[in-house]
Design a protein around this ligand. Structure first.
Ligand code: 5GP
Length: 189
């Protein structure tokens, strides 16, 4: 997606050979027009997959998930990183290792918001080692629903996430694929 690549080239900052900072349009301040374009692109790719629901993980996936859900006109839900006391008894949960913080945490989704047999589209901001996406897939599987696809805004293709997800047979749509962040330079595929 050329517009996304241009924005990354202009606004993203290379923090290290493995981490990109996108706080000005995706992770802190949100470029709402760009979110619409990302949602439209995911809709274009997955529109024939009978999507019933969009799922992401808080917080950075929320803007993307919401924009995507508006194009599908389907419900949107996000997995929580803390279990609020207001969550009812029936909860799906699994453990995820954070790429940026290098700690394990649990993610939670109320059973109310994933139905048996549904086709769920998972979206997220980054794909690195694939732990967040795999965790979301586990929640969908625990809810006896089907993973219809995985939409990623920025894939760091030099990390193993894509391979891990492909091995499981998932359909992945990454809107920007980065080959390398070496020497402070962003190289796309
Ligand atoms: P994974 O679970 O695939 O290893 O990492 C994906 C998650 O880690 C994403 O949800 C994202 O929040 C975070 N992440 C991974 N790599 C980066 C990065 O280079 N920059 C930022 N800002 N977040 C990242």
């Amino acid at each position: 997606m050329e517009k996304l690549k241009n924005i990354i080239n202009i606004q993203a900052r290379v923090v290290s050979d493995s981490i990109l900072k996108v706080d000005s349009f995706l992770n802190h301040q949100i470029d709402c027009d760009l979110m619409d374009d990302l949602g439209k692109e995911f809709h274009r790719y997955f529109k024939d997959k009978n999507i019933d629901r969009i799922l992401t993980i808080e917080a950075s996936g929320i803007a993307i998930g919401m924009a995507t859900a508006r194009f599908f006109q389907k419900p949107f839900v996000f997995a929580k990183k803390k279990k609020p006391s207001t969550m009812p008894g029936a909860i799906l949960s699994t453990k995820v290792t954070s790429f940026t913080k290098n700690v394990d945490y649990e993610i939670f989704l109320s059973c109310e918001f994933v139905n048996r047999g549904e086709n769920v589209l998972i979206v997220d901001d980054f794909l690195a080692r694939g732990n967040a996406a795999m965790g979301l897939c586990e929640l969908v599987e625990k809810g006896k629903a089907h993973i219809a696809g995985i939409g990623i805004v920025i894939e760091k293709s030099f990390q193993p996430g894509r391979e891990r997800l492909l091995k499981k047979g998932y359909d992945i749509c990454s809107l920007a694929r980065i080959k390398s962040l070496n020497n402070n330079k962003i190289t796309f595929y």
